[in-house]
Design a protein around this ligand. Structure first.
Ligand code: XMP
Length: 513
């Protein structure tokens, strides 16, 4: 394990991901953790993240006392670099000059950290203070315009650091530098692979479950598909997966779950066809929050009924529920272990608190891209594994206006065209999410053939994002937009206008409702 100590900016998760890309397992701990707590994890190395503070600020976060003298390999980044310099007896000065964004770094002495890299690197910086003298016994490895000391190392003590952010995409050779630290300074081995994750989780699930029965809710999304498949691999027919088909998924998605997923994983799937029930309760409802409430409530009802049937099997004293909680959820809710930090059952619309299940969360240590890798390892169809995030209430919140089967069908057809064309253009992985929205209560005049039309607009809402908290509209090629627009207006009779949403989040949200 490598421990990434989080000094409070958004970088810790990115660093943890980069370490894992080097096939080394990493975990994040808050900067308030003590050295004892960190060393109790028996880490091969510790990485100190960047952070928003100045080391001079009142109450600035401190390095865990004694960490740099513990003999553990430590790598400091940005704020972590300065805090490390200070703790080791180097000198940090407040220069009042900020260095921000793209910066040229000059390599002075490559040593181990910068071994084999060019003499000049473009790196991404974000700092106000500056290290002006490296700690005694350390090699001064690089400098930049505003940083007299931009990198240092002491390989005997297995300590090193850089002022810039090697974890961000814009820093040249960033991954190389991290790997030099991990492999050549700290002595880590690249053994953390999706095959190993699967083996390890299968073993853990078997131990946790014993011969009890387990139930899982499949939503059609990646996380529930992968967590369910992992549990299936571990305990086979002790698991029943329940798929509540609320009729609000996109074209082909329910079939992919019912057929392709089951064929690939062998999961015992109980499909509850609840389309009429959901549509019935949604009839005439236009308020987004009201839609969400109805869908959440009906989901719980349906799931509970299915659950009672499944668990009616005698001789199964303990009940387990599979949940696709991911590592970012764990980190963001405090990073602790156990059930106290678990978010409400966001994906499936909020399970009631009085359900007495123990949770199985096999994805608790994984980032989204790793979940996808594990899914591929488990043979889950690519169409499911590479799905973009999709809201639990589904297409109901992409129809502005009341939901009806007819409107759902219009939206499904338009959405299918968008997905087809985006995939054909090879842009799926660059787009975070691509909601297609039907303005069902809006009509506009158009002309098609010789006739006047009075149809509905479809809104395209492609966004790029890291975590859905903030987002920017995707700059899609005009040719792609043109193809989508032409096809939708030709192939979906009820639609005579296609518009593009060019709002970032904030102020807009990703979804329209
Ligand atoms: P917004 O629209 O708030 O969306 O920018 C942020 C992310 O959350 C998804 N989303 C939902 N997911 N139930 C869900 O499970 C919901 O009610 C819901 N509303 C929005 C949205 O698709 C985006 O990924």
């Amino acid at each position: 394990t490598v421990i990434v100590v989080d000094f409070g900016a958004q970088y810790a998760q990115l660093i943890a991901r980069r370490v894992r890309e080097a096939k080394v397992f990493s975990e994040i701990m808050p900067h308030t953790a003590t050295s004892e707590e960190i060393l109790a994890k028996n880490p091969k190395a510790v990485i100190l993240s960047g952070g928003p503070s100045s080391v001079y600020e009142e109450g600035a976060p401190q390095l865990p006392v004694g960490l740099v003298d513990s003999g553990t390999a430590v790598f400091g980044i940005c704020y972590g670099f300065m805090a490390m310099a200070q703790a080791l007896g180097g000198q940090v000065a407040r220069t009042g000059q900020r260095e921000y964004g793209r910066t040229n770094v000059s390599v002075l002495e490559p040593g181990t950290l910068l071994n084999g890299l060019p003499a000049q690197l473009v790196s991404w910086m974000s700092h106000g203070d500056e290290v002006v003298r490296e700690p005694e016994g350390f090699t001064l490895s690089a400098r930049s315009d505003r940083a007299t000391v931009a990198a240092f190392e002491n390989t005997d003590r297995r300590l090193a650091g850089v002022q810039w952010h090697p974890e961000v995409m814009h820093s040249e050779f960033g991954q190389k530098i991290l790997e030099h630290f991990l492999f050549d300074i700290a002595g880590c081995s690249p053994t953390w692979t999706s095959a190993n994750i699967v083996d390890e989780q299968v073993e853990l699930i078997r131990q946790q479950v014993g011969d009890a029965r387990v139930i899982s809710a499949l939503s059609g999304g990646v996380d529930s598909a992968v967590s369910t498949a992992l549990v299936q691999k571990a305990i086979g027919d002790q698991l029943t997966a329940v798929f509540v088909d609320h009729g609000l998924l996109r074209q082909g998605e329910a079939e992919q779950v019912r057929q392709d997923y089951v064929a690939a994983t062998g999961v015992d799937l109980k499909v509850v066809d609840a389309k009429d029930q959901f549509l019935g309760f949604l009839e005439g409802v236009t308020d987004p929050e009201e839609k969400r409430k109805i869908i959440g409530r009906e989901f719980i009802r349906t799931f509970e009924a299915a659950e009672r049937e499944v668990l009616a099997t005698p001789g199964a004293p303990v009940r387990f529920l599979v949940q696709g909680t991911l590592y970012p959820d764990v980190v963001e809710s405090g990073g602790g272990e156990g059930a106290a930090n678990i978010k409400s059952h966001h994906n499936v619309g909020g399970l009631p608190e009085d359900l007495e299940f123990s949770l199985i969360e096999p994805l608790r240590t994984l980032f989204k891209d790793e979940v996808r890798q594990v899914g591929r390892q488990l043979g889950i169809p690519e169409a499911i594994v590479s799905r973009h995030p999709f809201p639990g209430p589904g297409l109901a919140i992409r129809i502005v206006g009341a939901v009806s089967e007819e409107r759902l069908e219009i939206l499904r057809r338009a959405d299918a065209i968008v997905r087809e064309e985006t995939t054909a253009a090879g842009l799926d992985s660059e787009i975070w999410q691509f909601p297609v929205v039907l303005l069902a209560d809006v009509r506009s005049v158009g002309v098609q053939g010789d006739g006047r039309t009075y149809g509905h607009p479809i809104v395209l809402r492609p966004v790029s994002s890291e975590d859905a908290m903030t987002a920017d509209w995707s700059r899609l090629p005009y040719e792609l937009l043109e193809r989508i627009s032409t096809r939708i207006t030709n192939e979906v009779d009820e639609v005579n206008r296609v518009v593009l949403d060019v709002t970032s989040k904030p102020p807009g949200t990703i979804e329209w409702e």
